[in-house]
Design a protein around this ligand. Structure first.
Ligand SMILES: [Zn+2]
Length: 652
């Protein structure tokens, strides 16, 4: 049996106070360079990999049922997977699956036709310019409304288009090369391909100029602009919304949330000044980009060369079965998820989680009552919100109905389109109806967890309830440090800089006194500064504002779970294990969850795009704000990670 904390994974030559991440994980990191088919590798990746093997064996079992009745879930999983593995047919088809659509784009005559065509693309899973979907109304969270959200960029972030440093310029050149090669694959000659590539990046740069940054996207108030269709037409008259909604088949979209006003107002000018040639190049590119992975291998390879190799530094593609499995697990997520939990998720795990979550909730409540910076008035509201959090564990009570999704043997691409249209219609049908609060936003086989502010709920899919997160054989200290902190982390999201703006029923609705809000801001500013100062790669820093919500959640998670663990001990002190005290093992259980090897290119991309701090910072900053940790590892002034008391963040 593996120990919950393996001494060989540590690097005891490093002092915990100098680099806690290395101290706990140094040995592991040395032994686990990133495998060629990954851009990063850690606890999440390992579970993901094990999961893929489990899912494949489930698919194999299902595939053996040759007589699965047409229309059954088994038939759909089998035929979808097999169609994706049928490379002979896929190669023979080449670009054929998208030829008809490419032809339609080439025949577009005017802007009205462009808008109508863009609406049909939305239906088929391609989102030129922006995303369109149903979501809970952020101020009336029991109802679904239509949402428009900025998009339409081929590079991962606005910054890639606008930054002027050498590295960013190089990446833009590489992107233009990629665009050119894709147009050549489509059959254009070199000169035309280069011209179209130039048109695409110029157009996308204009989109980037009016787009919100990722930090701006974290402000829920700024991203909430609900208006009627008439008001939308007034605000963005340059875009023909009547044609757009009519083509979608949505006669009355009701009120619409226009996520980023600056972006959508920017479309006015863009619609006016863009010529038909550029529109055709841009839409052709959007179609090819969204289709490449499901076409013949020249497309798959070119797509990987840019998005995998160049952007993330990943040398090798994953084997085909893993990629296809990922697609099936996405498209038929809950169908596969149902088989997954039947086989791999013990009922006992669910019971233990329910008990743990209750302990965490109690501990969080105790901490709120004791906060020295919050008035009683706000505390009462905070406790009400904490009490109201809904908890979902393992898998949904009610499984998604796939009966309207038709999957056929043979064409992988047709199946992809069927899955996308099914998903789109599902969402479209929600508009104007009550939110189905029983629904899940992740499949059970996803190694992750989430907090959803508009439902005020925390959700833990079955797949995260495994070691090193949740280890039935580990001592309590380690489990509270790992899954306990994950639970506390998700609960804290309801009280981070975004989540605190939502009330107990999930509406954007300020329940804070002014003084409490000010005190909170002062405290979280300290956290912003600590992360801004943290250097990850040479000269690259964490973005403290982009990652603030996650960082508040990490710090809160640690504090709350530690309190819950103390409660569980009833004043007793457990004997050390392998020379490590219970308090030390608690923090080490946390630290080993975040061990990770990562390629520099992937790190650089993450620092720009990910709201989570890199694993290293998640381990090397939050604990150093906590007195119990400082005591447990005897951290002293002069240690590299030591934070003077007045700079520490004491929040939840
Ligand atoms: Zn989080």
């Amino acid at each position: 049996m593996n120990k919950a904390i393996e001494p060989k994974n540590m690097d005891t030559k490093v002092l915990p106070g100098d680099n806690f991440y290395e101290y706990v994980n140094g040995g592991w990191i040395k032994e686990h360079p990133v495998p060629a088919e990954y851009s990063q590798y850690g606890a999440f990746t390992i579970l993901y990999e094990e999961n893929q093997k489990k899912l494949r064996s489930l698919i194999k079992k299902v595939s053996a049922e040759e007589n699965a009745p047409k229309g059954s879930v088994a038939q759909k999983i089998r035929d979808f997977y097999n169609s994706g593995m049928d490379t002979v047919s896929i190669e023979k088809m080449g670009i054929k699956p998208i030829e008809e659509e490419l032809h339609k784009i080439s025949k577009l005559q005017n802007k009205k036709e462009v808008v109508a065509y863009m609406a049909t693309m939305q239906r088929r899973g391609v989102s030129p310019l922006f995303y369109f979907f149903a979501d809970a109304d952020q101020r009336n969270s029991s109802m679904e409304i239509a949402n428009l959200y900025q998009g339409g960029l081929g590079l991962p972030d606005v910054d890639y288009y606008l930054a002027t440093d050498e590295g960013s310029k190089k990446l833009r050149d590489a992107y233009v090369k990629h665009l050119t090669k894709m147009f050549i694959l489509k059959g254009e000659n070199k000169d035309i391909a280069a011209k179209k590539a130039a048109q695409v990046i110029a157009f996308e740069t204009k989109l980037a100029q009016v787009s919100f940054t990722r930090v701006e996207q974290r402000n829920p108030i700024k991203n909430y602009n609900k208006m009627s269709l008439a008001a939308l037409k007034d605000t963005v008259p340059g875009y023909d919304w009547d044609i757009f909604f009519k083509t979608l088949g949505l006669k009355n979209p009701g009120d619409i949330n226009v996520g980023q006003l600056r972006f959508f107002k920017g479309l006015n000018k863009l619609m006016e000044e863009t010529d038909m040639d550029t529109w055709k190049a841009y839409l052709t590119w959007n179609l090819m980009d969204a289709s490449a992975n499901y076409l013949s291998k020249d497309f798959v390879k070119q797509n990987f060369d840019f998005y995998g190799k160049t952007l993330s530094g990943q040398p090798k593609m994953q084997p085909r079965w893993k990629r296809v499995l990922g697609v099936v697990s996405g498209g038929l997520g809950e169908a596969l998820g149902q088989l997954y939990v039947e086989e791999y998720f013990p009922a006992s795990s669910k019971e233990r989680m329910v008990a743990l979550v209750n302990n965490l909730r109690t501990a969080f409540g105790q901490r709120i009552e004791k906060l020295d910076w919050m008035t009683d008035e706000t505390k009462t509201k905070a406790l009400e919100k904490l009490d109201a959090i809904t908890v979902k564990i393992g898998y949904p009570d009610k499984w998604r109905d796939y009966s309207k999704l038709e999957i056929v043997p043979g064409s992988y691409f047709d199946n992809i389109i069927a899955v996308r249209e099914f998903g789109f219609n599902r969402k479209l049908n929600k508009i104007g109806k009550p939110v189905d609060k029983a629904e899940w936003g992740m499949t059970p086989q996803t190694v992750n967890a989430y907090y959803n502010p508009s439902n005020n709920e925390i959700v833990f899919p079955a797949a995260i309830l495994q070691p090193p997160f949740f280890n039935p054989e580990a001592d309590d200290a380690v489990n509270y440090g790992a899954i306990g902190v994950v639970i506390g982390h998700e609960m804290t999201h309801g009280f981070d800089d975004q989540g605190r703006q939502y009330d107990k029923v999930g509406n954007l609705n300020d329940w804070w006194t002014e003084a409490d809000a000010k005190a909170f801001k002062e405290k979280t500013d300290k956290l912003v500064a600590l992360y801004n100062n943290y250097e990850v790669l040479d000269s690259l820093h964490v973005n403290g504002k982009l990652t603030l919500g996650e960082n508040i959640a990490d710090l809160g998670g640690l504090n709350i779970s530690y309190q819950a663990y103390q409660n569980s001990l009833h004043g007793k002190t457990p004997a050390p294990i392998d020379g490590l005290t219970a308090d030390q093992r608690f923090y080490m259980g946390y630290a080993q969850v975040w061990r990770q090897s990562i390629r520099p290119k992937a790190m650089a991309q993450r620092l720009k795009t990910d709201v989570h701090s890199p694993g290293e910072a998640r381990v090397n900053i939050p604990p150093f704000n906590i007195d119990a940790f400082i005591k447990a590892f005897n951290v002293k002034e002069g240690n590299k990670l030591y934070i003077p008391k007045d700079k520490r963040a004491y929040i939840w």
